[in-house]
Structure formats: structure tokens, C-alpha cells
Design a protein around this ligand. Structure first.
Ligand SMILES: [Zn+2]
Ligand SMILES: [Zn+2]
Length: 251
């Protein structure tokens, strides 16, 4: 399983793209979240309009989903053919459908089919085992665990860890956890913080934990705070990982 960090900035970051990562192997490709600055990051990588098989949305805050319109419009403009699967929370799907409708308005269809699916607690997708769990956030946010070929990825787009989302981090080869602040936030806060992330890194013996979706102002302090911990790092746009090699590579 390979991971490409398209964007890991906070909602209004001046330094980094908004949220999305690409997860792929030789058979399939998944885009998790699609913030407003993500379509250009994808175009900059080249590739084919049929490369991405499916999208997964953690939640529908605009910094995680509003790139959908431009992405679908691009695929329509360049004649994508492959059907697209979109997983989202059932209650949030109507908003995503509005974004999709805008991609080719006033026409009501695209040149490829979209198959809308509900994010369930668990399902299988062509050999990948998917599990979801809620974090604590302003909107319901579903963190995702993907297991494939003895490799495990955890991604929490946004929100403070919960016992349920922490359970999905166990034995992950690579985890991304939202971390808004270098200093502790109140226990009821809807965002993660460095003390909480460090505790998870140590308690779960995570080999690699990427602090994700950090506020720009917190980045210098977070970089400094990570230095004693070899597997703890601040995510950056363009980071690339190949979990089959069990070693981090940077692009
Ligand atoms: Zn959010
Ligand atoms: Zn966000």
C-alpha cells in the first residue's frame, strides 16, 4: 500500500493544501477527502482521469470536501469513463450530491457513473478491509482504518480521538491524526493536541504517527516537540510512504 499526502493543512492554511491523501496499490486507488485546494495538487501529479477508483469522505466540512465539484468537473471535461464509488456518511450524502450536481450543471449527469455508498462500521473493498469510527468533532467525523496485505493505515481527518477511533489505530504501520495545537486543549475540545498524540504514540507503540491538519501557527512548536521521537512527525504536503517496504520515504 502506498500513500501520497496531497494535503495536510488546516482549513485556512497559507502554507499547505487542505485535507486529502491518496492510497493505492497495483490494483486500486482511493482518494480520502478532497479539500478545495486538492484538485490542483492532483493535476500537478499528472496521471490519468481514470486512475482513482473511489473517494472516501471523513465528514463534510468544506476543507475536506469542497474540492469535489472541481474534481468531478475535471473528470467530465477530460472524458473519464470509469465508474466512481463515493463513500460518505448517509446523513451527509445530500450535501455531497449538491457539490456533484454543480460539477456539470445544468446537465444532470456526468460521462461516468457515481455509485454512492454509505460508510459502514466495516466493509471490504477488493481485498482491502475498511473500518470506521467516530472522532469527537463539530460534525460527525469518521476516521478510517485500511488493512491490505498485512499493511495497515489509519487516517483521522479531523477531531479529537475517542476510544473507538483509538481502537482503530492499534498496530497501524502508519497513522495520521489531526493535531490542531502544540499545547493541551480542554478534554471536551473537538480537535486533537500534541500531548494527546504523544500519549497515543507511546502507548500504542506506533511506528509512525503523522500529526495532521495542524494550525499554521502551531507548526514550529510541533516540529520542535517531535524531535525526540523518531516515529512522530509533522505531516507535510508531498510526503510519500510505501508500507510494503516498512520504511519511510519522502518525495
Ligand atoms: Zn472538520
Ligand atoms: Zn478540517
Amino acid at each position: 500500500m502506498k500513500i501520497d499526502v496531497l494535503g495536510c493543512g488546516s482549513a485556512f492554511s497559507l502554507q499547505q493544501n487542505t485535507s486529502a491523501i491518496r492510497v493505492f496499490d497495483e490494483n486500486q486507488q482511493l482518494l480520502i477527502d478532497c479539500g478545495p485546494t486538492i484538485p490542483r495538487a492532483l493535476w500537478q501529479r499528472g496521471g490519468d482521469v481514470n486512475d482513482i477508483d473511489a473517494l472516501y469522505f471523513t465528514h463534510i466540512h468544506p476543507d475536506h470536501c469542497s474540492g469535489l465539484t472541481a474534481l468531478l468537473n475535471f473528470w467530465k471535461s477530460f472524458q473519464r469513463q470509469k465508474p466512481l464509488i463515493i463513500w460518505a456518511q448517509r446523513e451527509q450524502r445530500p450535501v455531497l450530491m449538491q457539490l456533484a450536481n454543480l460539477a456539470n450543471w445544468p446537465q444532470t449527469s456526468l460521462c461516468f457513473d457515481i455509485e454512492w455508498r454509505d460508510s459502514e462500521p466495516a466493509w471490504q473493498w477488493q481485498g482491502w478491509q475498511m473500518h470506521t469510527a467516530f472522532t469527537h468533532h463539530e460534525l460527525p467525523n469518521l476516521a478510517l482504518r485500511i488493512e491490505a496485505n498485512d499493511q495497515t493505515l489509519f487516517y483521522s481527518g479531523d477531531g479529537r480521538p475517542t476510544p473507538q477511533s483509538i481502537a482503530l489505530m492499534h498496530n497501524a504501520d502508519l497513522a495520521f491524526q489531526e493535531c490542531a495545537s502544540a499545547t493541551a486543549l480542554p478534554a471536551h475540545a473537538s480537535h486533537g493536541d500534541f500531548p494527546g498524540c504523544l500519549a497515543l504514540y507511546e502507548q500504542l507503540h506506533l511506528p509512525r504517527l503523522g500529526l495532521y491538519h495542524c494550525n499554521d501557527a502551531a507548526l514550529p512548536a510541533l516540529e520542535l516537540a517531535c524531535t525526540p521521537w523518531p516515529g512522530l512527525f509533522v505531516s507535510r504536503d508531498g510526503l510519500a510512504f510505501d508500507l510494503s517496504r516498512r520504511a519511510e520515504g519522502c518525495a
